[in-house]
Design a protein around this ligand. Structure first.
Ligand SMILES: Nc1ncnc2c1ncn2[C@@H]1O[C@H](COP(=O)(O)OP(=O)(O)OP(=O)(O)O)[C@@H](O)[C@H]1O
Ligand SMILES: [Mg+2]
Length: 587
């Protein structure tokens, strides 16, 4: 049920703020009590006028009472708002933080089939809809719920029969509200869902703007957007239609209630059952009830929206954290050194696909270097991702420093790792901050030092603001090779015990590659290095080299041994040698 999910989702937050909410509700009781008192005073003043029983001083007194009560109720309302709106803003803040934290704690495989736009809309739109329930929703709902009994009590005291007559038309309200509320809920959810689709499309088109342009897909993409936008408007219109029928309906009921009260009230006055002053007081109280009644309808539609959004948010919140983060109880072991060992490891991304790695048995001793080559799709990146625990491995198949990676908390493992991914990702931040991403306490000297080791320092110094140059959206863009070397500097700065380069030098020329590998050899002497590459030149100096094909190790040995074997490695090497010498001749 939608509302129970709203309640369960918010309960922990409401608990933290119970004193603010209770305080706010108490103030509301005060405000509403004095509001009804104002009506009573006005009623008494009307009677005094009618009977001519009061002098000028009495009227000044009446006026002073009205002003005094109004002041009290205004102060109550002011502090009630401060308390409740303050609490709702604070809950919104915590709630959004928690969702974001959850998103970062989910297993990386979750993102393999999610659209970023949809996730963004959960953190923005849906959180806003839930906050509306907490702030204006709670406020209006408590206001109505408190004013009703106070007002009805006072009305009953004046004239029970008249109360029944005045409230009868209003009894239709819950039914009308319920009917429309449910429909609003469904239509709003359809709008929200579609908004996610649009966000996702815009986000992907902007991120991939070069591809769109290079393939001349602007027009088709604009047309597609147009269609989506059209559908969005259509769904919004259907929501607007039902909403625009909703409020006039409420107004009609209110109008009928007024007419009925005047008709019945006037006849009571004529027969002398009540005084004019009492009727004035009565109709003032009825007037007071109109807004809370309509607000009650509005609150219900807010609740519907909030519940719809909470469902979308809870879809994420109920997911399990990445088990690799070690949040689940279990055995914990820590690596003793920087060796890496695979024992007959077989891994598949999804059960319905063939394994990406098959029967891998391999030992990389601490401090040694491993080269990994193989055709595209042979499982090289998968190997790197498994060592970093980005995907879970079956127990007993992968060991780092003698400990099963399943038992090493991911943070402990990743502290020891420096990894350069095949597709380097840089943030829209300064170059220095990008390099220091994994080591926020690094000094400027250290940053410059690693930039030098990654052979990017010289180019950074040429930029307008050097290391403080902004990248990405608000700054300059780096070339593919510059990005790779910045990512490399970032990995080295963490001073890792195990360094993994996944095709990390593919975009730099062979000469720079050789120089970088030379400097890496220096710093990685005591550490374990895994170099994944397509070019033999990047791995030929490694202590051990494996050749992967179709997820299996098909050849293994050092450069000389593999050449002597005359297999896949040797053929690759020959081809690359040939290409290099051709290039040199042409160049
Ligand atoms: N997230 C994923 N979900 C499902 N399958 C995947 C995923 N990532 C990779 N694969 C599949 O796993 C296999 C191995 O991919 P992997 O990225 O390890 O290859 P690779 O050797 O690094 O290739 P390349 O040289 O092109 O980088 C491929 O068949 C690929 O389709
Ligand atoms: Mg790869």
């Amino acid at each position: 049920m939608a509302y129970s999910s709203l309640y369960h989702g918010l309960r922990p937050y409401l608990r933290k703020h119970w004193w603010r909410i209770t305080g706010g509700v108490l103030l509301l009781v005060g405000a509403n009590y004095y509001q009804v008192r104002v009506a009573t005073v006005v009623g008494q003043a009307s009677d005094a006028i009618k009977l001519g029983s009061a002098n000028a001083r009495d009227f000044v007194n009446y006026a002073l009472w009205v002003v005094g009560f109004t002041l009290i109720l205004a102060v109550c309302r002011l502090f009630m708002r401060l308390l409740i709106v303050g609490a709702s803003r604070d809950i919104e803040y915590r709630f959004r933080n928690d969702i974001y934290e959850k998103l970062l704690r989910l297993p990386p495989s979750y993102y393999d089939h999610q659209r970023t736009g949809d996730l963004i809309s959960k953190v923005t739109n849906d959180v806003e809809a839930v906050r509306m329930v907490l702030g204006p929703g709670v406020l209006q709902f408590s206001n109505s719920a408190i004013l009703f009994p106070i007002a009805i009590f006072q009305m009953l005291r004046i004239d029970p029969l008249l109360t029944v007559v005045a409230m009868l038309p209003m009894a239709a309200l819950p039914f009308v509200v319920n009917y429309y509320g449910n429909r609003i809920h469904q239509r709003f959810r359809r709008v929200q869902d579609h908004y996610s689709v649009i966000s996702a499309m815009v986000q992907e088109n902007l991120a991939g703007v070069r591809v769109v342009k290079a393939f001349c897909q602007e027009e088709p993409q604009i047309r597609l957007f147009d269609q989506l936008n059209d559908e969005y408007v259509r769904r919004n219109m259907s929501l607007a239609k039902i909403q625009s029928a909703f409020f006039p309906m409420l107004h009609t009921i209110a109008g009928v209630a007024v007419v009925v009260l005047l008709w019945a009230g006037a006849s009571h006055v004529v027969t002398g059952r009540i005084t004019v002053g009492r009727l004035v007081e009565f109709s003032l109280i009825q007037l007071m009830l109109f807004w809370p009644m309509m607000a009650f309808g509005w609150t219900v539609s807010l609740l519907q929206r909030g519940a719809a959004s909470m469902e979308r948010i809870r879809e994420v919140m109920v997911l399990e954290d990445d088990p690799a983060l070690g949040s689940r109880a279990g055995r914990v072991s820590l690596p003793q050194d920087s060796s890496v060992e695979f024992r007959n490891l077989t891994f598949r991304y999804t059960p319905d696909r063939p394994p990406a790695l098959r029967g891998i048995t391999l030992k990389v001793p601490a401090g040694s270097s491993l080269g990994v080559v193989g055709p595209t799709g042979s499982g090289k990146s998968t190997l790197a991702l498994l060592i970093a625990k980005i995907y879970p491995t079956p127990p007993g198949q992968l060991f780092v420093g003698g400990a099963d990676v399943c038992e090493i908390p991911a943070t402990e493992l990743r502290k020891r790792l420096g990894i350069v991914f095949q597709e380097p990702f840089l943030f829209s931040d300064t170059i220095a901050n990008n390099i220091a991403f994994g080591a926020p306490t690094a000094t400027r000297e250290q940053i410059i030092e690693v930039a030098r080791l990654a052979h990017i320092a010289h180019e950074i110094e040429q930029f307008p603001h050097g290391y403080d140059t902004m990248l990405g959206e608000r700054g300059i863009n780096l070339s593919g090779g510059q990005k790779q070397r910045t990512a490399l500097a970032r990995a080295i700065l963490r001073d890792p015990e195990i360094l993994i380069l996944d095709d990390a030098l593919s975009a730099v020329d062979t000469e720079t590659e050789a120089r970088i590998i030379e400097s890496l050899r220096e710093i990685m002497r005591q550490r374990t290095t895994i170099v994944i590459a397509h070019r033999i030149s990047a791995v030929m100096h490694c202590d051990n080299i494996i050749v992967l094909d179709g997820g299996e190790i098909v050849e293994q040995g050092n450069h000389e041994a593999l050449l002597a074997l005359g297999g896949l490695y040797a053929r690759l090497y020959e081809k690359q040698q040939l290409a290099d010498s051709l290039e040199r001749e042409v160049g």
